[in-house]
Design a binder for this molecule. Structure first.
Ligand code: ARG
Ligand code: ZN
Length: 859
């Protein structure tokens, strides 16, 4: 966790297979929260011809004993080091190694390895947590067959789980309980899991397409057993979808999910025993928002899909993380598209990419989806590896077509089943299915930064044709391949032509015949639905964008053109220093009221971009000015369409608290209408929000009303905050949104943060609480980037505290300083000083050290 010497950098070109492998392991746990004894029996075998020393990873372990082929080893034959154990002369090319050590789960606040959460013990091993449990060759290219025996006090641990199938369960003569699990599928150590504790088991089942019956179990802490039905439904949908879409069936007779309160991430795909952050499993209509329900569906899908893309075919090394993550995100996006609404889902994914991945890729943490090096792998579970990685897979699927893509995936999974591979194997399977090479696709894996493409147009009077050239002028040595879905319209918005072009390399030329004798230029919408993950610079005039924002038949493209119109208005207003004319913008927005759009879609169309979205798009960091303009526009929209919003609100007021497309759409549209009504200068609609919060039948209604009251600084705000707390004080997950709402918007929320962190329901050791308070504050630019620098000081102090508690979370919070060097005035200087202070911590973790070092270099 902490070290005095500089941490080693792992470089991709230095990867080589390990000298030794351990194809079989027999693990024994004697559980105790304070002192757990772990023993591993490995079959060790030489990987190659010339033997050499054997190194087993091990961190923060108390070594007990080492045996080779059953015989105790003399201490002169090995060395215990800070990062593992080195055995100088292994006895032969095949032998038995038994090693024993002790660990203390209750003191492990890093939430990696074996740790305590509430009354349970559980594990998180990806990427390198296994070495905090027991000495091991802890690398993904070391596949092992696991047999796991767990014993412990049955009153503390009535439930004891591991991967695979239960072999037996018995009470020993000393009163301890013992269970044995066996996983028939070989897997790397990062997919190993163990859970033990007083858990309630809920049960369901699924019949696979070949007729096998799979038992599904979800384990929760007592009291939560009523909140699992949506998770079960999601799981069964995912299992069915993977069969229907790819023909992929589940391969064990048991599939288990455990909901864990203290969890560093969303969830983890351990073979047959997925561990989940409780917030992504537990839900009922009263306590979960529609967004939470959709995340549960997506993440349950994601982890389930890993069973094939990640587990059956796994990674050779961590540089290739995107091989399983980009691919599995793509699969879960596709799944959600099929289960909900494809256009709305695509809009959400693009918005997320633009707001989070694009800035990461332009900032100090920028890296290719296959990073060239890392110090702490935990820092590379990034939106780039995940979401940009998924966009690259989407490109492949667009180039091949989805049916050929499915064939390619099947080829990949069949050919490499049981192996650890790289993106190269994936791409070559895709090329095999395609029947030819996919030019330049590999460069997407090596190139960092969001490609910026320019559109240039020229008119040829002789042929009466317009020619558009699309150019990627950066990184000449790494040409890419792009999918360009385009459509072209006349000035009335009539669709003239549409198509999909594959651009190989730096330049593409598209000729379009002009449509009228006067040679009017066609209006072309390029890269519709973000058909490649790029930034496009076009010379479209405002009027042309307006035509697209009103007439694009592709809902995704229409939405983003309307956003561009808003961004243009913002840009002009910032430049002139005053709110520019909104008439045309309002007309376009108003035209939406007459259309018969899907409700959720319409609510997105109506939603004014957030400060972070505007800032990222315009690369402007004067947040106060942008907020003033933004509120000005929102008030204008509210005043102009008061009637329409009132009608929308009334029409959608009564919703049934169920998760159907229609009801979700109603709730979202109603909330959007409410948001605008609350910005009516007369304040006469605040009663609606108060009543909505009080009478809510669904959390989406309740929390939105409260959020808006807080955001507009209503005099009802304090009442709303206490009412909400009184209702939900016993539900930790709901309190997370309560904490977040109080610091997530508004200027200078310092005092709120300082009061809330002393609240009896706030725990700095619980990542969900840290995310809801500190991360929400740091994502609120009006507070974090406050001119005074106070936001930076506050967050820097909390990072220092977290550095010793939970380095992964500390590093995640530090990443939010990435945009500090771009801020105005004194802010970069203040941020740099704070970061240097962190860098000088005597016990700086390698997680935090790597992140802070990179950000400091960007000043
Ligand atoms: N493999 C998990 C998932 O994407 C996430 C693991 C994250 N690990 C981490 N150290 N951040 O489903
Ligand atoms: Zn994943």
């Amino acid at each position: 966790m902490t070290s005095s010497s500089p941490s080693p950098v792992h470089k991709i070109e230095e990867y080589s297979p390990n000298l030794w492998l351990t194809p079989k392991v027999d693990l024994r746990f004697d559980l105790d929260p304070h002192l757990t004894v772990v023993r591993a029996d490995y079959d060790v075998q030489l990987n190659g011809n010339s033997p050499g020393p054997l190194f087993l990873h091990g961190e923060n372990l108390e070594f007990l004993s080492l045996r080779l082929n059953g015989a105790i080893v003399d201490p002169s034959e090995f060395e215990i080091q800070e990062l593992g154990i080195l055995i100088y002369h292994p006895p032969s090319s095949k032998f038995q190694l038994t090693i024993e050590n002790r660990i203390c789960p209750s003191k492990n606040s890093s939430l990696e390895g074996l740790y305590q959460s509430g009354s349970m013990l559980c594990t998180q091993n990806e990427p390198e947590g296994f070495r905090k449990i027991v000495y091991a060759i802890d690398r993904p290219d070391n596949m092992m067959q696991f047999v796991v025996t767990i014993s412990g006090d049955p009153s503390l641990f009535p439930v004891m789980l591991s991967n695979g199938n239960l072999v037996y369960e018995k009470i020993l003569s000393d009163g301890k309980k013992e269970v044995k699990w066996e996983d028939p599928f070989p897997k790397p150590s990062y997919l190993f899991a163990l859970v033990a504790g007083e858990l309630v088991e809920t049960i369901d089942s699924f019949q696979t397409k070949s007729g096998r019956n799979v038992t599904l179990k979800i384990f929760v802490e007592k009291g939560n057993e009523k909140k699992v039905s949506f998770a079960f439904e999601s799981l069964k949908k995912a299992m069915k979808w993977d069969e229907d879409t790819f023909g992929l069936e589940y391969d064990l007779d048991l599939f288990m999910i455990v909901a864990v309160e203290d969890f560093n991430m969303g969830a983890m795909e351990n073979k047959g025993l997925n561990l989940f952050n409780a917030k992504l499993v537990l839900a009922d209509k009263k306590s979960a928002t529609d967004e939470t329900f959709e995340s549960i569906l997506a993440v349950i899908g994601h982890e389930y899909f890993h069973n094939w893309t990640g587990n059956r075919v796994t990674l050779r090394n961590w540089f290739n993380l995107t091989l399983k993550e980009g691919l599995t995100v793509f699969r879960d996006q596709w799944f959600t598209e099929d289960m909900t609404d494809p256009a709305v889902k695509r809009i959400k994914d693009i918005l997320f990419l633009k707001e989070h991945q694009f800035p990461e890729d332009q900032g100090p943490m920028s890296h290719p989806i296959v990073p060239k090096s890392y110090t702490e792998m935990n820092n590379f579970y990034t939106v780039t590896v995940y979401e940009k990685g998924a966009e690259v897979i989407r490109l492949v699927s667009e180039i091949l077509g989805r049916e050929t893509f499915k064939k390619g995936l099947m080829d990949y999974l069949t050919r490499y089943d049981g192996q650890g591979v790289t993106f190269e194997e994936f791409i070559s399977s895709m090329e095999a299915a395609f029947g030819k090479p996919i030019p330049n696709i590999r460069n997407w894996y090596h190139r960092s930064g969001t490609p910026k493409l320019q559109v240039k147009e020229t008119y040829d009077p002789k042929s009466n044709e317009w020619e558009f050239s699309i150019k990627d002028s950066s990184q000449k040595d790494l040409p890419l391949i792009f999918v360009n879905s385009y459509a072209c319209f006349d000035s009335n918005g009539t669709l003239l032509a549409e198509g999909k072009r594959i651009q190989e390399g730096h330049e593409d030329q598209i000729r379009m015949r002009a449509i009228d004798p006067s040679g009017n230029k066609p209006i072309v919408s390029f890269f519709r639905g973000l058909s490649s993950p790029i930034l496009l610079e076009t010379k479209l005039a405002k009027e042309e964008i307006r035509v697209l924002a009103e007439n694009e038949p592709d809902g995704v493209s229409r939405f983003f053109n309307f956003q561009n119109l808003i961004f243009l208005w913002m840009e002009e207003s910032i430049r002139s220093g005053k709110s520019e004319d909104l008439t045309r913008l309002l007309e376009t927005l108003g035209s939406g009221f007459k259309k018969d759009w899907d409700k959720t879609y319409f609510s997105f169309y109506l939603t004014f971009p957030s400060l972070n979205q505007i800032s990222e798009q315009l690369q402007c960091f004067d947040f106060l000015k942008m907020e003033t303009l933004r509120k000005e526009a929102i008030r204008n929209i509210a005043t102009k369409f008061t009637k329409e919003f009132q009608i929308l609100y009334e029409e959608n007021r009564k919703t049934i608290p169920i998760q159907t497309k229609e009801e979700i759409g109603k709730r979202r549209l109603k909330n959007t209408a409410l948001y605008y009504l609350l910005h009516d200068p007369s304040h006469r609609f605040e009663g609606l929000a108060v009543a909505q919060q009080r009478e809510a039948k669904h959390m989406s209604e309740e929390i939105s009303a409260l959020r808006y009251l807080i955001e507009i600084g209503s005099k009802e705000k304090e009442n709303g905050i206490s009412l909400f707390y009184d209702r939900w004080k016993e539900d930790a997950l709901v309190l997370d949104v309560w904490f977040a709402a109080q610091v997530g918007t508004g200027e200078n929320r310092f005092e709120e943060l300082e009061i809330l962190e002393t609240h009896p329901k706030f725990f700095i050791k619980n990542p969900n609480k840290v995310r809801s308070l500190y991360f929400s504050f740091a994502r609120n630019p009006l507070s974090f980037h406050s001119k005074s620098g106070k936001g930076y000081q506050i967050i820097a102090e909390r990072i220092k505290q977290l550095n010793v508690i939970n380095p992964q979370i500390a590093a995640g919070l530090a990443k939010l300083f990435s945009s500090a060097s771009k801020q105005n005035g004194d802010l970069p200087r203040i941020a740099k000083r704070e970061l240097e202070d962190i860098q000088n911590l005597p016990n700086l973790s390698k997680d935090l050290g790597e992140v802070v070092g990179k950000i400091i270099n960007s000043f």
